[in-house]
Design a protein around this ligand. Sequence first.
Ligand SMILES: O=C(O)[C@H]1O[C@H](OP(=O)(O)OP(=O)(O)OC[C@H]2O[C@@H](n3ccc(=O)[nH]c3=O)[C@H](O)[C@@H]2O)[C@H](O)[C@@H](O)[C@H]1O
Length: 436
Amino acid sequence: MASPPDTSKTTKLERYNSYIRRVNSTKLLAASSKLLFRVTLLVALVLIFFFTFNYPPLSDTPTSAGHHVHTTSHLLSSAFYGSGASWEKEVRRSSTPRRPNGFSVLVTGAGGFVGTHCSLALKKRGDGVLGLDNFNTYYDPSLKRARQKVLKQHEIFIVEGDLNDGELLAKLFDIVPFTHVLHLAAQAGVRYAMENPQSYVSSNIAGYVNLLEVAKNADPQPAIVWASSSSVYGLNTENPFSESDRTDQPASLYAATKKAGEEIAHTYNHIYGLSITGLRFFTVYGPWGRPDMAYFFFTKDILQGKPINVYQTHDNKEVARDFTYIDDIVKGCLGALDTAEKSTGKGGKKKGPAQLRIYNLGNTSPVTVGKLVSILESLLNVKAKKHVIKMPRNGDVPFTHANVSLAYKDFGYKPTTDLSSGLRKFVKWLIEFFAL
Ligand SMILES: O=C(O)[C@H]1O[C@H](OP(=O)(O)OP(=O)(O)OC[C@H]2O[C@@H](n3ccc(=O)[nH]c3=O)[C@H](O)[C@@H]2O)[C@H](O)[C@@H](O)[C@H]1O
């Protein structure tokens, strides 16, 4: 009869095998948890990489001047700026009118020069005003922030965002039944277009179309008043310029994008019934103005003893502009808003013909740049270090001169501020603001 198995050996063997099984399963567990950790780490790294390098970047437009025009990417802005109950409350409060039959106006470019002044004027008369601005770095954004502070003191909220952020714009129109849009946001400046052309396409074409797309889908559709430019007259030789003069010879990309805006306005009026009024501003100046404009940097340079270049035409004539004081421009903008008819469309469907208008808003008395400089010299009591140079081929035109009879007839536009008086107010502001 077979001897009984040596249980001690079997037991030992069993114990050894179960030990090996335990060790193996521990090893397996350790290996699989290490593998899981590595996979998790890898996935995390991939996600970090995606959101860092693929998430819409800050659009960074380098310029030859070495400075970049930074704008927050629209997705980022709507993710960061366009959400939350308190944000919505701010939007509603700011845009609600305080007078019977008051307007509810979306002012794009509200952090800008004309935008700030128009927003204040609308709010003071009891209209609701909501600002939209991307606070880009075309010029020192601290000036825009200072304007924003003034608006905040008058309970005007500016949504930080870009015209190209369709999601954000649609959200604003979902929250607010805007009666009007005062569209002043744009890449301005005639000469800068040669340094940074894409900025003009992005703001003045793509941005404007995006705004019109959101507006035509809105219910109710707002009436739109927007800033075109005297520069659309380009090489036109008529003097003064009338709205019916030719505007097919733009001398700069800036002018071409504003002219394009006028044609695009015709299309959205024709197809969707949007009521649209274009205003051709003529070299607007005044307190809180734009530092990239000659009257502004001439003043600072004269005060700081720096030389200034006074342009002359190639046939040795002085260049001239129909400089228009900001308070007159504001009256023109409000006149256009007050006489704007309602859009006829609804949710993107046209119901009938709609108003389409274009007006000159100028001062009707052009002044040479040389005269501008001598007014500044007497206001500042400082002699300018003038270099008279030929006007560079930079998109500038020799003169502008507005015929404003159409704006006068339709909404009583009448400029009342001459250049000396306007510059006096500007210089007073500049010295106080910069504590010079
Ligand atoms: O009406 C407009 O729609 C435009 O007005 C403004 O353009 P402009 O009329 O060209 O103003 P601005 O640059 O201040 O030059 C003033 C004068 O100084 C001359 N100029 C300029 C620079 C210089 O160094 N020397 C000089 O003589 C220059 O040749 C010109 O004769 C806005 O910038 C523009 O956004 C748009 O709104």
